[in-house]
Design a protein around this ligand. Sequence first.
Ligand SMILES: [Zn+2]
Ligand SMILES: [Zn+2]
Length: 141
Amino acid sequence: MDCPVCKNAMITLELKEVEIDHCTECGGIWLDAGELELLLGEPGKAKQLLNSFRSSTDSKEKPRRCPICDRKMQKIIVGTSKPTLLIDKCRRGDGLWFDKGELKDILDRAKLDKDSKIQKFLAEMFSHEQHNSESKADAEN
Ligand SMILES: [Zn+2]
Ligand SMILES: [Zn+2]
């Protein structure tokens, strides 16, 4: 699957048997339909979060294309807190796109992910990338 932002091939990571597509170039994350619920592991809270989604009609953000069906995705406002958090959602329901940091932001704001499993995973994922480039730099020195 290609990243909807930079068109790079995304890599697949697995957390709690949920497959997460991640772009190492821009740090974005794609979740297939239903994966956010699986990731959160708490159906009640996940539902609450999904219920807070509202479509944004006056977004200045450029529409992105769904990596599955290639149609323009819809801008979705998550929750009511400011600054407004916008994510992209496939109109056919293929899944959700989170720019770098947006998934973490959503979890923080919704006070989900109490034991921080997802946060830790995301932190590891990004520190791993940093670590790789650091060790490369070390080798060059
Ligand atoms: Zn990307
Ligand atoms: Zn789609």
